[in-house]
Design a protein around this ligand. Structure first.
Ligand code: BG6
Length: 501
């Protein structure tokens, strides 16, 4: 369904940063190519440096050239480039926001519905909101004004509450768009649709039939040039606090009354609030953390590359000790009738043998067991890199004997000719449409921090050396301490047969 978008201006703070150059500006261009931007729509890029409009437009061309190596439509390019403007906002200039207001007040160039995308340092979220408000740029008496806040929304519950208190002095909840880019992924949106637009899954989606659920995000990449940020963050806060808990919410929530933003968010909030807090006195049974050591990872074309360990990367930056996890695994339980007793295992890691994000669901033992250890049914909703649904079932081996083998029914979500939409593209579109369903409500953010905070604190306090895993390897065997039963094991994206430790 294409929704109508009012004439509007997107004000992009942090326009010269990486996210903007690699995702946001090329993403806006693709929305223009797809005919999804309204005719009256302008983009005001805001950066610290003084750059002329012409120089900025030339820079945009270089971003598009880098992204779309096979070229692009020149006519759309002309239209897109004409939408783009630049405004310097040096932190040293006390009048910077007044000047921005005066630039934006030119209605013949800038439609007055304003969407601000804050792709800035988290410490700048509140000050930018405050200054926008100070010059009247958040006033909704005639036009809508929305603010998109990048992740992370706080670094723990207290700081999230503090940020919320600061920005709600100037904004209503309906004006705040807290982003989690995972919710813009089409395969993740498909989780809710798979569950509720088919009759065959919902009856089985509960503790009567499901043995356990695994939510996995594995990456081949290491921390790269983000050592400083990563070392003060860790895998739990970086990936689990929002991306993976949101994924869990979509897998486990009850059916929303309808597809309105309120209904969806109400169900997600209920679910997140019913996850049982991890018992801090039993952390070793519920959590596992590790750091990657030097090893060899698979890079493009299947080639291997030797890579340093996390602590070595930190040492180069002058940091000699760290207990920050690059691997985190958690066991969670949901205290509601549907999920009573079903463990949800969540894990994320950098520098693994493969990059894959998936939801894997193992069903309970079948009513008829022909052999001991008979394969249990699995349903995998693979999010990336392949978007697919895979179902594993037992089936008779043709022949004289009564024996079964496991068949895999693999349904790719993507078919030839389907659009490839980056998550930021769909989320920016939602921002302009005024549809917050794929954005986080403050209650979701708070529930997520409430869950991870105690573990983060306990892990930080425990300075004993952290378990090491070789870069390019699978989950450390020791991580299996969190499994409830001996027959549970980590699933990978590979084909059947070789997926047990
Ligand atoms: C980001 C994290 O939020 O998500 C990164 O900060 C991580 O560390 C990234 O690599 C993963 O996103 P995606 O879309 O590549 O799975």
């Amino acid at each position: 369904m294409t929704k109508k978008i009012d004439p509007c201006t997107l004000v992009l703070f942090g326009a010269s940063g990486n996210l903007s150059r690699i995702k946001l500006i090329p993403g806006l261009f693709r929305l223009d190519v797809a005919g999804r931007l309204p005719d009256h729509m302008a983009i005001l890029s805001v950066g610290r440096g003084e750059v002329s409009r012409e120089a900025w437009q030339a820079d945009i061309k270089s971003m598009l050239d880098a992204k779309f190596k096979n070229g692009y439509d020149q006519k759309v390019f002309e239209r897109f480039i004409a939408r783009n403007h630049y405004q310097a906002n040096p932190p040293t200039d006390p009048d910077a926001f007044t000047k921005m207001k005066s630039v934006l007040s030119n209605e013949s160039i800038f439609p007055q519905n304003l969407a601000y995308f804050l792709s800035v340092r988290p410490t700048d979220f509140a000050p930018v909101v405050e200054q926008l408000s100070g010059v009247g740029l958040l006033d909704e008496s005639k036009y809508w004004r929305r603010v998109l806040i990048e992740k992370p929304f706080g670094t723990d519950l207290a700081s999230a509450k503090d940020l919320q208190a600061k920005i709600t002095k100037h904004l209503k909840e309906s004006q705040i768009y807290r982003i989690d880019h995972y919710l813009g992924k089409s395969a993740l949106q498909n989780v809710m649709l798979t569950r509720f637009t088919n009759a065959m899954f919902e009856p089985l989606w509960n503790n009567q039939y499901i043995d356990h659920v695994q939510i996995t995000n594995n990456e081949i990449l290491g921390v790269g040039d983000r050592t400083q940020f990563y070392d003060s963050t860790g895998a739990l806060r970086d990936m689990v606090q929002s991306h993976l808990l949101q994924t869990l919410a979509l897998v486990a929530m009850e059916k929303p009354t309808n597809l309105s933003p309120d209904s969806i968010r109400t169900e997600k909030i209920k679910l997140l609030e019913s996850i049982r807090p991890i018992p801090v006195n039993e952390l070793s049974k519920h959590t596992f953390r590790a750091q990657y050591a030097a090893g060899r990872v698979c890079v493009a074309d299947g080639h291997g590359e030797n890579v340093p360990g996390y602590l070595e990367e930190l040492a180069k930056e002058g940091v000699n000790e760290s207990v920050t996890e690059t691997y985190a695994a958690l066991k969670l339980f949901i205290d509601n009738p549907r999920w009573k007793g079903v463990p949800f295992y969540i894990r994320t890691a950098k520098r693994m043998h493969e990059g894959n994000t998936a939801i894997s669901i193992r069903f309970k033992k079948a009513p008829m067991q022909l052999i001991e250890g008979q394969h249990q049914n699995w349903l995998t909703l693979n999010i990336q890199p392949r978007e697919c649904i895979k179902m594993e079932i037992e089936s008779k081996i043709p022949g004289l004997d009564i024996a079964t083998r496991t068949l895999s029914i693999d349904a790719p979500q993507r078919q030839q000719g389907d659009e490839t939409i980056d998550s930021y593209e769909s989320l920016m579109l939602n921002l302009m449409e005024g549809d917050p369903s794929l954005y986080l409500h403050i209650n979701e953010v708070e529930a997520q921090w409430r869950l991870v905070d105690p573990v983060v604190k306990a892990w930080m306090a425990d300075r004993s050396p952290v378990h090491q895993y070789r870069a390019g390897s699978r989950d450390p065997v020791e991580s299996s301490v969190i499994f409830e039963t001996k027959d549970q094991f980590w699933r990978y994206s590979i084909e059947l047969g070789g997926d047990k430790h």
